[in-house]
Ligand binder design. Structure first.
Ligand SMILES: *[C@@H]1O[C@H](CO)[C@@H](O)[C@H](O)[C@H]1NC(C)=O
Ligand SMILES: *[C@@H]1O[C@H](CO)[C@@H](O)[C@H](O)[C@H]1NC(C)=O
Length: 381
């Protein structure tokens, strides 16, 4: 009697589980019909008017007179006592490391990696920055996010006209130059993100390494010295890393971890890092927002394009170069997408940086608004 009851219970339980799987499966195909293999780009069309407006807006931004030190001054006003106007964005052999570098662990500082840091500093170049970065004249930077929104806007020729073009990770140029241009001044990346194709390396660009873990130092040292990464170190990377970069040792830099710390703790005001047994506190800024902050320290004026994850449109393409949809972004737990969006939106709305593809805040979608600083009252509430 009891046995039969138990058997019945188990049977019911199994049926319920199997049914839920079937229902979930149906729901999934219904909600995300193109999630497997289909080319998501075949359905992607950009409105002609939007293309024209985006290009006209980019031309307008480039046509205005560049304002010397504009972005630092504005950031300093917006984040008093937080934004560090004297920040050195890169580490080279002569860098003087300040105290916060030793206070935090990666990626906010290099506390637990001091030996590796000193070893790598010995092989870093001592020479200065490329011409575009060194020049005293007013510099305009464009930071290119990898968002699908870049596709079809034809902004390539406009992006090439910026003094400094910053690209992230493996963002490809080959095959996408109409939309993303072909000039690269800086490629900012962690080891796993470094492009595999040699055609993605501009002969004069800087490779700016962003360090997240101990083996990243070993990888960078191997790349600078043109050595092999040992098997025991290779197993610690979460994706196959490039074995050789086709650039000279003088073209490598390390991103000052203070940029990541400043971005996360001072500007985004995310919680201080503390140890957690499993997972992340969502306090690691994305490479994209860190690159925008880097650009504010490096340039007189800053624009961005290819930014803006819109999680309420799960089916739109996530990146301009691949077949992945927005809902893939929902699964990640490392970054705080909403906080970053608000931060960038505030900067764009106030005219401190300009958004050429309009994914953060579009100033050309309805009518062409003024690109000059509109009002800082927005922040004083
Ligand atoms: C970019 O493309 C233009 C036009 O095709 C070419 O003249 C230029 O050399 C290219 N620049 C780079 C850095 O590849
Ligand atoms: C995100 O997508 C939703 C739905 O299409 C839209 O209403 C909203 O305006 C978008 N948000 C932004 C910031 O573009």
């Amino acid at each position: 009697m009891r046995k039969a009851k138990l058997f019945k219970g188990t049977l019911m339980f199994t049926i319920v589980i199997v049914l839920s799987y079937i229902v979930l499966g149906i729901l999934n195909t219904f909600l995300f019909p193109h999630s497997l293999n289909d080319d998501i780009w075949s359905l992607y069309i950009v409105n002609v008017e939007k293309i024209e407006n985006a290009q006209r807006y980019a031309a307008k931004v480039l046509g205005q007179k560049c304002r010397k030190s504009y972005v630092q001054q504005e950031m300093n006003i917006l984040f008093p006592q937080k934004y560090d106007i004297n920040m050195h964005p890169f580490l080279d052999r002569n860098s003087i490391l300040r105290e916060p570098v030793f206070k935090y662990n990666t990626p906010f500082g290099f506390n637990t990696h001091q030996n590796r840091l000193h070893q790598i500093m010995d092989v870093m170049p001592t020479i200065s920055l490329p011409e575009e970065l060194e020049s005293e004249s007013c510099k305009r930077c464009i930071v290119l996010g990898n968002g699908g929104i870049l596709r079809g806007l034809g902004l390539g020729p406009y992006l090439n006209r910026f003094d400094v073009v910053i690209r992230l990770n493996n963002a490809p140029i080959q095959g996408f130059t109409d939309d993303v241009g072909n000039k690269t001044t800086i490629r900012m990346s962690y080891p796993e993100g470094a492009p595999k194709s040699q055609f993605e390396y501009d002969p004069y660009m800087l490779f700016v390494a962003v360090m997240y873990k101990g083996v990243d130092f070993s990888w960078l040292k191997a790349m600078i010295k043109k050595e092999r990464v040992s098997f025991w170190e290779r197993i610690w990377f979460w994706q196959k890393v490039t074995e050789e970069l086709p650039i000279k040792p003088t073209q490598f830099r390390i991103l000052n971890p203070e940029i990541i710390r400043e971005t996360a703790l001072d500007l985004l005001q995310l919680p201080e890092p503390r140890s957690k047994l499993w997972g992340w506190h969502q306090n690691i800024p994305t490479l994209g927002v860190s690159a925008v902050v880097l650009a504010t320290h490096l340039c007189d004026e800053v624009s961005l394009a290819g930014f803006g994850y819109n999680l309420s449109q799960p089916q739109i393409p996530l990146h301009y170069y691949e077949n992945v949809q927005m809902h893939a972004m929902k699964a990640q737990t490392m970054h705080n997408v909403e906080t970053e969006r608000n931060f960038l939106e505030n900067l764009v709305k106030a005219g401190i940086v300009t958004d050429l593809s309009g994914g953060i805040h579009c100033k050309f979608c309805n009518k062409l608004e003024s690109t000059t600083s509109e009002s800082l009252q927005f922040f004083s509430k």
